[in-house]
Design a protein around this ligand. Sequence first.
Ligand code: ZN
Length: 248
Amino acid sequence: MSLLVFILGIVIGSFLNVCIYRIPRGESVAYPPSHCYNCNKNLKWYDLFPIVSYIFLKGKCRYCKVKISIQYPIIELFTGIIYLLIYIHYGLTLNMFKYIILASFFIVIGIIDLKTTDIYDITILNPAVIGIIFLIYEYYIGLSISGNIIGILLMLFIIGGLILITKGMAIGDLEMYLLVPLYMGLKNSILVLLLSIIIGGIFGIVLILIKKKTRKDYIPFGPYITIATLIAMLYGENIINWYLNLII
Ligand SMILES: [Zn+2]
């Protein structure tokens, strides 16, 4: 089962690559089928095995020999590992399905934001609709959804306020922060908020120190929200317990 989930993650990771490439270019993620971005030749089925094809073709297009970015197999492998870890933590549960869906969308949003400093509506609206359906289902089967609702209101208040006062964050960041309590409830969303600010702060300082950015540059926050969310998904419980033990 673990192997199956890992392979599912790698295959979905391959699709996430398509999304990451096409969404900022305004292209459909479903059509046309996968082709070489240099010579436009359609890829054959045997060129589409994630990771395996990349290694077999030594990272080059079969037809025109243009170099294929190492980003493709890395994202495939990364998605596979994240899926596997989520499965190990949650087993075959409702939470597992919710979290692999949120993780997949956040990987796409985080990397597109890193590359373009933009967050696209389609990558927010789809997980929002899916998350609301999950929430209605949870309410229907008698689970408490008050933590999710309070979390959403809290994020709206805190991040909305930050945007109004400092302009240090954008609407896209707020939308990501709203998705977190929708999927993960109140406690985890507070953890994601704190972790993302800590991680963003550390990266921001490092980028300024190595002179990649100046204090005036816009630093996209989406990647940090993605990293914080993945950490909270996998180790949220441990971090919260550790923190509570520390202060009590
Ligand atoms: Zn080619």
